[in-house]
Design a protein around this ligand. Structure first.
Ligand code: PMP
Length: 465
């Protein structure tokens, strides 16, 4: 058989059917339809194998392509770097590694060290390992527990799933890694499920954080070493923490001498209108992990960033070699990552994309609010910057999540209209009932309006009003 040619798209589809194991996809669905092959992208648009144009409202499906498709400037920088020096393990340094680290750190006051890896899960694993090692060194291993929050997600590996608060993702993969303990969520819209419906705003914010303290006291403060949180929960339903929440979290972290690990894999590098999500809340992390938007998908790169105080604890101790961080990520040494990430960040600065993200996010939130007035089925809209969700319910008072089949019908209707939206987010009872929007930070008013118009039409057709 001849080699497959890239322009023979029907052969590409057949090879996909025969050999590709798609992510997050029940393959039965492909028995009746063709897999979708994305052939080309420019700006906010992508084209599939049929030449159909789509407006991408989810930045590559999973909140990744922050600066949009087709950036020749990034591709050129990666190409030039790879030809000059593509790889050497991070036991040594590299020119783009230093340049990007310096730029990144300039946006993260209080933090100073970058550990390169290649996926969000991996960066989180590194943080967990450092936390455990600090516990071993300072507390004889006793203060080793890592708290994570219900609805948060930290990655796909077994340890990350052990720190994952979405039960629907964890089923079948146990037994899990010990030492990870769940704390309650902070979704004001569903505070009735915590018996806190009488509270709202800052009162609820403090109460939701107080629930973390209760867990610490129950577990024993001398056993709890760290708290790992998403600044704004992504895959668990786009949960923007209520007012007062993060302030109280910071108090708790200090009171119980916890390390604070913030997972910026989705929020990081502009998605919420600031460089990092935690910067909306004035908290002081010890560890920050990031991946998706770091190089907008032009290269695989993730970073774990720490304070100098954390780093100091891992300096080689000649009397005990175990006190350094005996860890490596092979592809953390591939220079494509920092070369792409550096230009990605320069583009965000030069084109004013943080400001654009704030403006377009406000526009989208306003549009979604108007849709909520029109469509009973929207129970809540929430978000920050270009990171938004609309939760669908069949009964506004009871807040009953709509059937998942209806949400899939909304997605399919939007797709037919040429707009890709997401709904991999689930409400607390575990249904895919939160529509999810994360357009590239380059979105223009017309793009935002086109997305919400498509949703308007889809909701009308699927729910009949
Ligand atoms: N943390 C968060 C908040 C995420 O959303 C994800 C991915 N969806 C991860 C970690 C894991 O990242 P990766 O898929 O790159 O391992």
């Amino acid at each position: 058989m001849d080699d497959l040619k890239p322009n023979d798209l029907s052969a590409v589809v057949e090879a996909d059917r025969a050999h590709i194991w798609h992510h997050l996809l029940p393959h039965k669905a492909l028995e009746t339809t063709d897999p979708r092959i994305i052939v080309e992208g420019r700006g906010m648009k992508v084209w599939d194998q049929h030449g159909k144009e789509h407006l991408d409202a989810v930045s590559g499906g999973v909140w990744t392509v922050n600066v949009g498709y087709g950036r020749e400037e990034i591709a050129d920088a990666v190409r030039d770097q790879l030809v000059k020096m593509n790889y050497f393990a991070q036991t040594a340094g590299s020119i783009p590694g230093s340049m990007f680290a310096e730029k990144l750190i300039s946006k993260m006051p209080g933090l100073s060290r970058v550990f390169y890896a290649n996926s969000g899960s991996e960066a989180n694993e590194k943080a967990f390992k450092m936390i455990r090692q600090i516990s071993a060194r300072k507390h004889g291993g006793k203060k080793h527990k890592i708290l994570y929050r219900e609805r948060d997600y930290h990655g796909t590996t077994i340890a990350c799933l052990s720190a994952g608060g979405q039960q629907e993702r964890n089923a079948h993969y146990g037994p899990f890694t010990p030492g990870f303990v769940e704390v309650p969520h902070c979704l004001e819209y569903r505070r009735h499920e915590q018996g806190l419906e009488h509270l709202s705003g800052a009162e609820y914010g403090r109460a939701a954080a107080d629930a973390i303290e209760e867990v610490i006291l129950r577990e024993g403060p001398d056993t709890v070493g760290a708290l790992c949180l998403e600044p704004i929960t992504a895959g668990g339903g786009v949960i923007v923490p209520p007012e007062g929440y993060w302030e109280r979290v910071q108090e708790i972290v200090e009171k119980y001498d916890l390390l604070l690990h913030i997972d910026e894999v989705v929020c990081g590098v502009g998605r919420t209108g600031t460089w990092f999500g935690y910067q909306h809340y004035g908290v002081k992390p010890d560890f920050v992990t990031m991946a998706k938007g770091v190089a907008s998908g032009y290269a695989a790169i993730s970073c774990l960033v720490t304070t100098e105080a954390v780093f100091e604890q891992f300096k080689d101790d000649p009397t005990d070699k175990l006190h350094y961080f005996r860890d490596v990520s092979t592809f953390g040494g591939c220079t494509a990552g920092p070369a792409a990430a550096l230009v990605n960040m320069e583009i965000i600065e030069r084109e004013g994309l943080l400001e654009n993200c704030q403006e377009m996010g406000a526009r989208m939130l306003r549009n979604l609010g108007q849709l909520m007035e029109k469509h009973e089925v929207i129970g809540d809209v929430r978000g920050k910057g270009l990171f938004l969700g609309a939760e669908l319910v069949s009964d506004r008072d009871a807040k009953t999540p709509v059937e998942e089949a209806h949400v899939q019908a909304v997605l399919a209707d939007c797709m037919k209209q040429g707009v890709i939206i997401g709904a991999s987010n689930r409400s607390i009872p575990g249904r895919n009932n939160t529509l999810c929007f994360s357009p590239a930070l380059i979105a223009k008013p017309d793009d935002i309006d086109a997305i919400t118009e498509a949703v308007d039409g889809a909701l009308g057709r699927v729910f009949g009003h």
